[in-house]
Design a protein around this ligand. Structure first.
Ligand SMILES: NC(=O)c1ccc[n+]([C@@H]2O[C@H](COP(=O)([O-])OP(=O)(O)OC[C@H]3O[C@@H](n4cnc5c(N)ncnc54)[C@H](OP(=O)(O)O)[C@@H]3O)[C@@H](O)[C@H]2O)c1
Length: 286
C-alpha cells in the first residue's frame, strides 16, 4: 500500500459543505490542494460555497453534485453520478446533519433525523465502497457528536413513533450514536483493505445548526453563540483526519481535537454495531 502523503491531489466527496463545519473543512482542504466535490441539495447554496472556497483557496477546482440526503433515491443517484464522474474517490466525508424539533418523515417514510444523519451516510458509504476500495489508500470520516452520550439505539422503535420527545434532542443523540456504531462496524468490515473509517466530535460550534426549528431555537443558538467555537476550529479535527499521515494509523476511532477519545459505553457495544448494520441494510432495501 502506498503511503498516504496528505490530501493534495485527492478526490474528496463531502456532504454538508454549503455551510458551517463542512464549508470550513472544504476551504481548508482546498487550500491544501485537495479536489473537493460538494454534495448539496441547493444549487444556489452550492454556487455560493464554491465562490467562498475559490476566494479562500485561489485557483481551487471545486465540483458540485446535487442530492437531497433525506431521500434514498437521491442518495443512490448521487452515488451513480459520483462513480460516473470520478474514476478514483480517496476520501468520503459524511458531514451533513440536522436536528428537527418536531417529528417528520422522509420521502421513504423514515423519521427524518435518522434518514439524514444515519441512513444517508450508511447508504452512500456502502454503495461507494467498491470505488473507495479501488482507490486505496482511502479514508471515510463521519461527523458525530458528544450528543451521543446518554443515548441508546431504540431497536424496538427505530422510527421513533413511541419514543419521540424533548424537541428532537434525544433523537439527534441517537443518530450521533449511530454514526459511531456505524464507524466501528465499517472499520471492522474494512480491516486490511486500505480504507480507514473514523468519526469525530467537532465541539460546540457556531454554525447554522438548528436554524430550521423556529424562533425559539434560533434565539437559543444566538444566546449560546459566545460559548461556541468558530467553524474553522470545529473543522480542524476533520481536516486532520483527512490530511495527516498520523491519522491513518487508526481506524474505527472517535476523535476530539485530534485525539482519540473514549465514546460512551453504548458506542462501544460491538453487538449493537453489528445489529445496527443489519437493520440499516433492511431500511435501505431498494
Ligand atoms: N454545530 C455544532 O455545535 C455541532 C456539534 C456536534 C456535531 N455537529 C455535526 O456537525 C455536522 C455539520 O453541522 P453544522 O454545525 O455545520 O450545521 P449547519 O451549518 O446547519 O450545516 C449542515 C449542513 O448539512 C446540510 N444538510 C442538511 N440536511 C441535508 C439534506 N437533507 N440533504 C443535503 N444536505 C443537507 C446543510 O445543507 P443546506 O445548506 O442545504 O441546509 C448544510 O450544508 C452535523 O453532522 C452535525 O450533527 C455539529
Amino acid at each position: 500500500m502506498p503511503p498516504w502523503g496528505g490530501v493534495a491531489g485527492k478526490r474528496v466527496l463531502i456532504t454538508g459543505a454549503t455551510r458551517g463545519i463542512g464549508l470550513a473543512a472544504a476551504i481548508e482542504l482546498a487550500r491544501r490542494g485537495a479536489q473537493p466535490t460538494l454534495v448539496a441539495r441547493s444549487e444556489a447554496r452550492a454556487a455560493d460555497a464554491v465562490s467562498q472556497i475559490q476566494a479562500a483557496a485561489g485557483g481551487a477546482t471545486v465540483d458540485v453534485l446535487t442530492a437531497d440526503l433525506a431521500s434514498q433515491a437521491s442518495v443512490r443517484q448521487l452515488a451513480v453520478d459520483a462513480q460516473a464522474r470520478y474514476p478514483r474517490i480517496q476520501v468520503l466525508i459524511n458531514n451533513a446533519g440536522a436536528i428537527y424539533a418536531s417529528r417528520q418523515l422522509s420521502p421513504d417514510g423514515i423519521e427524518l433525523t435518522w434518514a439524514v444523519n444515519h441512513l444517508a451516510p450508511f447508504l452512500l458509504t456502502t454503495v461507494l465502497l467498491p470505488r473507495l476500495t479501488a482507490s486505496t489508500p482511502a479514508r471515510i470520516v463521519t461527523t458525530s457528536s458528544d450528543a451521543h452520550r446518554g443515548a441508546q439505539i431504540p431497536f424496538d422503535d427505530l422510527n421513533a413513533q413511541r419514543t419521540w420527545g424533548g424537541f428532537g434532542f434525544p433523537r439527534y443523540g441517537q443518530t450521533k450514536l449511530a454514526n459511531i456504531l456505524f464507524t466501528v462496524e465499517l472499520a471492522r468490515r474494512l480491516a486490511g483493505t486500505g480504507v480507514t473509517a473514523n468519526c469525530f466530535h467537532p465541539g460546540f460550534v457556531a454554525t447554522g445548526f438548528n436554524r430550521n426549528n423556529g424562533l425559539l431555537m434560533r434565539v437559543g443558538m444566538a444566546i449560546s453563540r459566545p460559548f461556541a467555537r468558530g467553524a474553522s476550529k470545529g473543522a480542524q479535527t476533520l481536516v486532520w483526519l483527512v490530511d495527516s499521515d498520523t491519522a491513518g494509523a487508526t481506524t474505527g476511532g472517535y476523535f476530539f481535537d485530534e485525539r482519540l477519545v473514549t465514546p460512551s459505553a453504548a458506542a462501544q457495544d460491538r453487538e449493537a454495531a453489528s445489529r445496527l448494520w443489519r437493520v440499516s441494510e433492511a431500511q435501505v432495501q431498494a
